[in-house]
Design a protein around this ligand. Sequence first.
Ligand code: URA
Ligand code: SF4
Length: 188
Amino acid sequence: MDLSELREQCLDCHACGLCETRTNVVFGEGAENAEVMFVGEGPGENEDLTGKPFVGRGGKLLGDMLSLVDLYREKNFYIANIVKCRPPKNRDPLPTEREACIGWLRQQIELVKPRIIVCLGRIAAAVLIKEDFKITKEHGMIFEKDGIKYMALYHPAALLRDPGRKPETFVDLKNLQKLIKETCDHTY
Ligand code: URA
Ligand code: SF4
């Protein structure tokens, strides 16, 4: 099994109700041997229409911020979401939908083998780091599980709503850059 075979299977998935309302499955994309993986919550409207993760206004902000620490999805990171199909009206994905979908992400993690996973927003951190994750308190902190390091950042949509949180996110990104330099072999 490689990533392109996994993608083909995922594009056919009907394991939860979100398949009824999606335009496209948003599998994820980026460098296939990436040492750093970003994980968001689920596709929004632009992602549903294009089939690509983080391509709307939030995605543009994320790309601009990550370029400041030399991270580019074509080159040195992989990006995906907890759920692959857009929840109607961008509501939070339900626990049943998260459970139905998480196997795809687990397989992506097994194939890409990242050393560092960065959760974008509380929902991804709750699923991947710990259920009661407090994003306002615990963003930027480093966690370790099964040999993978984890960090959470504010979700880009939260930064668009509340730009006052951007300075904290720049501090987190600088710490991420340092962690990458310590942990990774070929990202930089
Ligand atoms: N928000 C997310 O969590 N993921 C996307 O792909 C786009 C917006
Ligand atoms: Fe399948 Fe995930 Fe889409 Fe549900 S959200 S249909 S589990 S790919």
